[in-house]
Design a protein around this ligand. Structure first.
Ligand SMILES: C[S@@+](CC[C@H](N)C(=O)[O-])C[C@H]1O[C@@H](n2cnc3c(N)ncnc32)[C@H](O)[C@@H]1O
Length: 758
């Protein structure tokens, strides 16, 4: 918003040179020619040093150029000369707003509006300030006035829309964004934000395809704005649909290049885009329907398969994230076997395959070698290992591709060549060696310095620890990064229904992550709460080593790691503002005992965020566990591999379908082990959750919905005030929609201030 300018009326009695200079200054300013505007305004100030119009222009230029303190001082001088000038009042408000001082900005906007009751921008900016200060009702009134005065004012339409979105009214918000966009040129500075907000509204209304297209358009218009691409990437998570067309495909491909995007969130969208090619879709369908015929299907449709594996989008996904598709996995298993056979018997046929083999090896490492290996391949891998065990390794043609193919079967860190590979990097496989050799070595080194509270003694804890030492969960590469918010603001986003003053205002929240795993959870916490200092605890040293490497890689300075059993944490003397424990308590022998420990570690009024398995949401897993028990698959990486393969290629009961869905934890070894082979799991219904919380002296605050549209649906079906915080209503809702919370409830609770002792 450019600064607004008083007319030069009133200066009529002054010298003509002065009047002309001010006139030119204002003209230059309004045309965005800041330098020229300032020169003319300073010329005018030479005649009349306190002239408010000229001061206003100089101040406006200072504000545009980011010299906010100077702008404020100049606007103040201008205002002293013309205290009743609404434009100078407005500009002072704007200068304060740009300095992030909303409370100071507000009275100036309000005075500007009072001085000039048809000044739509003044009402709109007063509303913006009020919204930023959390005063929604007053903001709404000002937005309405602004829009009465100027029905298409973008800043008012956008701000009011955001207010309504925050209040859970996407059906009213969407049309406001759409009106603002109607006829707006794409180059307008507000266009990307408006498209993005329209996308959010549509997603909340369940209009997935349109919403994603809007978010992508925002990124396309402003590809340098991290907030826009981050929002699109996180909104793509588990999507079943993807817009068609070149724009979306190209934006999606760009998302793979960003370090602050979790590529796992892009997987289903990428598959959906690839399947927009009718022949590729047919090929994948054929493999899914007749997995035993895969050799014939590929032979008949070789050109289509080749097109798929050469597609840049496919290649980006292949090296970045586990691919949640049965057909693609079977295709990759086949491709890998063919590459292995050639590597052993006819390496000269592999000349052009290095890039693909290296990507396939990265895929295999990411999915933790979850792909099926036939007895022939086992023999081939042994042979290949021997062929590569030479002193001049890495210097002969074909070595790199053979190493890549070996790395597609087992991590290079387990081969005797590893140390030599590190010393003598082959450039084409540098990423592979980094991921498979250097990074695991760093984890071991970091782990050596890990603080250990004491060794776990509880029998279940010991068994759980063993599982995660073998299969640290989850393996991840890059994660979404956001702008952390003040604690209370972040809590209000998670729980929009909390009333004003309900979220604790804590400047530097002290957070305990109980069961941090491999650090993804830690990243989420650090990216959510500004200035949080974190104690991240886990049973598993291997998981903590991974977590330490990743937090170091992301430069998190405010995290300490500790190896401990939650059951042993009562020795801690400090108390926490927030305890975050996602997917952990349900693996303890007695989750209630674990919850009590955590509850006792909270400050009075402190918050707890826990993830607990849902009995209703996990029925597919219950079936799978029965299937595993009946057929005796061992809970080892080999058992995981065999089960996965059998489920993919043999007829399976419909109850098992959810376990193999793209959104399920089926697609890597540690995920799948965690999902269906866990040594110990409890599941809960929401009434049971209520009882657990109550017993631990905790007050239920609400559930976080996975998708915005699910929350909208709940509110539509349960309009009664307070339903969103009512476990009985939420339970009824889950009975009607068993998939609504996925397989894990995301539960918020607060330590009651006055609680009875158990
Ligand atoms: C499913 S993983 C979840 C990891 C992480 N919270 C996340 O969501 O990415 C469960 C983690 O809890 C840890 N864990 C399980 N029982 C624990 C206990 N009694 N004390 C501490 N950590 C425990 C495991 O070692 C494992 O890393």
């Amino acid at each position: 918003m450019a600064a607004r300018h008083p007319s030069v009326r009133g200066a009529a009695s002054a010298r003509p040179e002065f009047v002309q200079a001010v006139g030119r200054a204002v003209d230059h300013y309004n045309a965005g020619r800041w330098r020229a505007a300032e020169t003319e305004a300073r010329l005018a100030l030479g005649f009349a040093p306190a002239d408010p119009s000229a001061l206003n222009v100089v101040a406006g230029v200072a504000m545009q150029e980011g010299r906010t303190a100077e702008a404020l001082a100049l606007f103040q001088r201008a205002l002293a000369g013309q205290p009743k000038n609404p434009f100078i009042q407005f500009n002072l408000g704007e200068a304060h707003r740009r300095a992030h001082a909303l409370a100071k900005a507000l009275p100036y906007f309000e005075r500007a509006a009072a001085l000039k009751p048809d000044f739509a921008e003044a009402f709109a900016f007063a509303a913006e300030a009020l919204r930023g200060l959390g005063r929604g009702q007053a903001a709404e009134q000002r937005y309405q006035t602004a829009l009465r005065l100027s029905p298409r004012l973008p800043v008012a339409l956008n701000g009011y829309g955001l207010l309504l979105l925050r209040r859970g009214e996407p059906s009213r918000a969407g049309p406001l964004f759409a009106t603002a966009l109607d006829g707006m040129p794409p180059s307008h500075p507000m266009a990307p934000g408006l498209w993005s907000n329209l996308g959010v509204a549509r997603l909340q209304l369940g209009q997935g395809l349109e919403g994603l297209e809007d978010l992508a358009r925002a990124v396309d218009l402003s590809p340098q704005t991290p907030g826009l691409w981050r929002l699109l990437a996180s909104s793509l998570r588990h999507t079943k649909v993807a817009p068609s067309g070149e724009m979306f495909r190209s934006v999606l491909l760009q998302l793979f290049d960003h370090d602050d995007v979790n590529p796992r969130n892009l997987a289903t969208a990428t598959l959906a885009v690839l399947r927009q090619d009718a022949e590729i879709d047919r090929l994948l369908h054929a493999i899914e329907a007749r997995p035993a015929d895969i050799a014939r299907i590929i032979a008949e449709d070789g050109a289509v398969a080749a097109r798929l594996v050469q597609d840049p989008l496919f290649l980006a996904l292949l090296e970045a994230a586990p691919i949640p598709s049965i057909a693609v996995e079977l295709l990759m298993v086949r491709l890998r076997a063919d590459l292995l056979a050639a590597a052993v018997e006819a390496p000269e046929a592999l000349d052009d395959e290095l890039a693909l083999a290296a990507r396939l090896a990265r895929q295999a490492f990411l999915n933790e070698y979850a792909y099926f290996v036939s007895p022939d391949e086992h023999r081939g891998v042994e042979q290949l290992g021997k062929l590569l065990d030479r002193d001049d390794l890495g210097r002969r043609p074909g070595d790199a591709v053979r190493i890549a193919i070996l790395a597609a079967y087992r991590p290079l860190s387990t081969t005797p060549h590893a140390a030599r590979l590190l010393r003598d990097l082959v450039p084409a496989i540098a990423d592979l060696v980094r991921e498979q050799v250097a990074e695991p070595a760093l984890e071991r080194e970091l782990r050596a310095g890990l603080a250990v509270l004491k060794a776990a003694t509880d029998l279940i804890s010991v068994a759980v620890q063993r599982q995660y030492e073998e299969s640290p969960y989850p393996r991840w590469t890059r994660c979404g990064v956001g702008t952390p918010l003040a604690f209370a603001d972040a809590v209000r986003i998670a729980l929009p229904h909390l009333g004003e003053g309900q979220a604790p205002e804590v400047e530097r929240p002290r957070v305990l992550i109980a069961g941090c795993g491999t650090g993804l959870e830690t990243m989420r916490v650090a990216n959510t709460y500004k200035d949080a200092s974190i104690l991240a605890v886990d049973l598993s040293g291997a998981s903590l080593g991974y977590a330490m490497r990743k937090t170091q890689e992301y430069g998190l300075a405010n995290v300490e790691h500790l190896q401990a059993d939650i059951l042993d944490l009562p020795v801690l003397t400090e108390r926490f503002d927030l305890i975050d424990s996602f997917g952990v308590l349900h693996h303890m022998a007695d989750p209630a005992a674990g919850l009590q420990v955590l509850s006792d570690l909270l400050k009075p009024g402190g918050l707890l965020f826990i993830g607990l398995y849902s009995e209703l949401g996990r029925q597919g897993v219950v079936e799978a566990r029965a299937h595993i028990a009946a057929r005796g698959y061992p809970a080892t990486p080999e058992g995981v591999r065999d089960l996965r393969h059998d489920l993919m290629v043999r007829p399976r009961s419909p109850e098992l379908e959810t376990v193999l869905s793209p959104a399920s934890d089926f697609w890597t070894t540690s995920d799948c082990r965690d999902l269906v082979f866990h040594v110990n799991e409890h599941r809960f219904t929401l009434p049971q959750v209520g009882q657990l919380l109550d017993d631990a002296g905790l007050e239920f605050l609400g559930l976080q919905f996975g998708h915005a549209a699910d929350r909208t649906r709940f509110l539509a079906e349960h309009p009664a005030l307070g339903a969103i915080q009512d476990l009985t209503a939420l339970h009824r809702h889950e009975l009607n929609h068993p998939e609504v919370f996925g397989d894990t409830y995301r539960i918020w609770a607060r330590r009651s201030r006055h609680r009875r002792r158990r």
